[in-house]
Ligand binder design. Structure first.
Ligand SMILES: *Cc1c(COP(=O)(O)O)cnc(C)c1O
Length: 400
C-alpha cells in the first residue's frame, strides 16, 4: 500500500538538496536557495503525472480539502453530500469551512450510491464530494451527470486513490477540483502533505493565496504582496516536497507492484465461491492499494475476523464496520456534535440528526466487507502463504 515502504536513497538525495541550502520554505529567499524549488517542481510533476492543468500543494490532505472548499466558495449553510464510509478528514474539512456534511449510503463499490446522492439534494446543496476509497473509484459518470443536472460542484476526495483512473483520466482530475493526501500511509508520501488539482485557473489562484495568508504572489517581493482575500497557512515545506518529488518518480513502480500483488492474492480468494469482490466502475483504473471483498453475511465476516485475530494474523485486514476512523457507526464525536469551539447552529442541527438517520443500507455492505491492504514488500511466497491462510480460515468459517 504505502510509498513509505520504498523510502530510500532518492528521498534522501532530494531532502539533502534542501538541507544544503537551508531554505526550508517554499517561497522567497531567491538568492540563498540556489535554484532549489522542490514544491514548485513537485507541482509541475503532479500536473504532468496526473494530467490536470493546475496543482497546488498543501500541508496535508485535510488542508487540501479545506482549501478546495474555500476556493469553490462553499461555506456556512451550504450542504455537501458525501459518503457514510470515508476517513474522518472528509467531514472535518466540510465542517472547517462552516458547511454541512450530508451523509449518504454506499453500495458494494464502497462509494456513494448515485440515487441516494440525488435523493439527498436540497435547495442548500452546493457540492457532491465522492470519496474514492481504498484505491478505487466512485460512479463518476453518474455523479457528474447529477452535478450538471442540478448545477452542483463536484469535488473528488481522491486522497486514497493516487494513480487510480476512470475511463483513462486520473482520479482527482475529473471534478471541478480533486485532492490527494501525501500523509505517511498513502500511495506516495511527503511525510505530511496534500495537493488540490483543478483545470480551472481561477480555482487554482484561490488555492494558491488561501494556503499562504491570502498572498497574491504577484510581485517579486513577498513583503509587498497584496491580500485580495483572507487566507490561512496551509503551506507545504520544502523538506516535505522534496520527499514527494522522489516518491512521485516511484509511482509507476508502486502501482505495478500493488496491482501485481493484489492480483496474486485475489487468485486465492477466488477459489471460494462465497467470496465476492468490490464493484469497480472501471476495473482498469483500480490503483490496487487494497483488495476489498465480501462474504454473504455479517456473521460470517465477523467469524473470519475473529479467527484471523485468534491466529494473530489480522494485521492489514480492515473490518471497517467496527473501525473508529472510517465509518459513521463509530463517529460518536460527529453524531454528538462534540466540538471544542462553537460550531454554527445549522451544522449542529444536521450533526445531531445523524444519530437517527437510517444507514442500514451501508451497514449491510460494510458489515460483510474486509479490505486487505496490499504491501509493496511482500515476496510471492509471502503472498501465497497469506492467501492460503485466508482460504483455510474461510473454509473453517464456512464449515467446508
Ligand atoms: C488520508 C485521507 C484524507 C486526509 O489526509 P491527511 O493528509 O491525513 O490530512 C482525506 N480523505 C481521505 C479519504 C483520506 O484517506
Amino acid at each position: 500500500m504505502p510509498g513509505f515502504e520504498l523510502f530510500g536513497e532518492e528521498e534522501r538525495k532530494h531532502v539533502n538538496d534542501v538541507l544544503e541550502t537551508g531554505i526550508l520554505m517554499r517561497y522567497g529567499f531567491d538568492a540563498a536557495r540556489k535554484g532549489i524549488w522542490k514544491a514548485d517542481e513537485l507541482e509541475k510533476a503532479v500536473i504532468q503525472t496526473f494530467g490536470c492543468q493546475y496543482a497546488h500543494l498543501t500541508s496535508s490532505g485535510t488542508a487540501a480539502l479545506t482549501t478546495a472548499f474555500a476556493a469553490l466558495g462553499i461555506g456556512v449553510g451550504d450542504e455537501v453530500i458525501m459518503p457514510s464510509f470515508t476517513f474522518v478528514a472528509s467531514f472535518e474539512a466540510v465542517l472547517s469551512v462552516g458547511a454541512i456534511p450530508v451523509l449518504v449510503d454506499v453500495d458494494e463499490s464502497l462509494t456513494p450510491i448515485p440515487a441516494a446522492v440525488e435523493a439527498a439534494i436540497t435547495p442548500r446543496t452546493k457540492c457532491i464530494m465522492p470519496v474514492h476509497m481504498c484505491g478505487s473509484m466512485a460512479y463518476l459518470d453518474e455523479l457528474a451527470a447529477i452535478c450538471q443536472k442540478h448545477n452542483l460542484l463536484l469535488l473528488e476526495d481522491a486522497c486514497q486513490s493516487i494513480g487510480g483512473t476512470y475511463k483513462g483520466k486520473h482520479l482527482g482530475t475529473i471534478g471541478h477540483a480533486g485532492t490527494f493526501s501525501f500523509d505517511f500511509v498513502k500511495t506516495i508520501t511527503c511525510g505530511e502533505g496534500g495537493v488540490v488539482m483543478t483545470n480551472d485557473q481561477a480555482i487554482w489562484e484561490k488555492c494558491d493565496g488561501y494556503t499562504d495568508h491570502g498572498h497574491d504572489h504577484k510581485g517579486a517581493d513577498r513583503g509587498a504582496d497584496l491580500h485580495p482575500f483572507i487566507g490561512y497557512n496551509f503551506r507545504i515545506s520544502e523538506l516535505h516536497a522534496a520527499v514527494g518529488l522522489a516518491q512521485i518518480q516511484k509511482l509507476p513502480t508502486i502501482l505495478a507492484m500493488q496491482r501485481k500483488n493484489n492480483q496474486l492474492l485475489r487468485q486465492h480468494l477466488q477459489q471460494i465461491p462465497e467470496v465476492s469482490f468490490r464493484i469497480v466502475p472501471d476495473p482498469a483504473g483500480d490503483n490496487g492499494a487494497f483488495l476489498s471483498w465480501f462474504l454473504p453475511t455479517a456473521e460470517l465476516m465477523q467469524a473470519f475476523v475473529a479467527e484471523m485475530k485468534a491466529q494473530n494474523a489480522l494485521a492489514g485486514h480492515f473490518y471497517w464496520f467496527n473501525n473508529n476512523w472510517h465509518y459513521i457507526k463509530k463517529w460518536d464525536h460527529l453524531k454528538t456534535a462534540t466540538s471544542l469551539n462553537t460550531i454554527h447552529e445549522s451544522q449542529k442541527v444536521a450533526l445531531l440528526a445523524l444519530s437517527t438517520q437510517d444507514f442500514s443500507v451501508s451497514d449491510a455492505v460494510l458489515s460483510r466487507c474486509v479490505s486487505t491492504a496490499i504491501s509493496l514488500t511482500w515476496t510471492e511466497e509471502q503472498i501465497h502463504a497469506k492467501g492460503q491462510q485466508m482460504v483455510e480460515v474461510l473454509k473453517k468459517v464456512l464449515n467446508k
